[in-house]
Design a protein around this ligand. Sequence first.
Ligand SMILES: [Zn+2]
Length: 75
Amino acid sequence: MRNKYPGVCYRCGELVKKGEGHFERHQGRWRVQHAECAIIYREIGRNRKKEVKQVDEKRKAANQEGERSHQEIQS
Ligand SMILES: [Zn+2]
């Protein structure tokens, strides 16, 4: 979700202007990060091979599910 209010990025500590980042609920509080920092963090996450593999498998399963239902609609 895009941030409606400015805040301090919890990843890099810099100011996040309104609409330039994402905010999320974390441990009962709202926190904000830059859109860029979210992307960087996602890249770092990819290097953790085991977790990435699990995510990929889930994504593949979801895609196959989607394709199947799509074909059913077409036929
Ligand atoms: Zn940041």
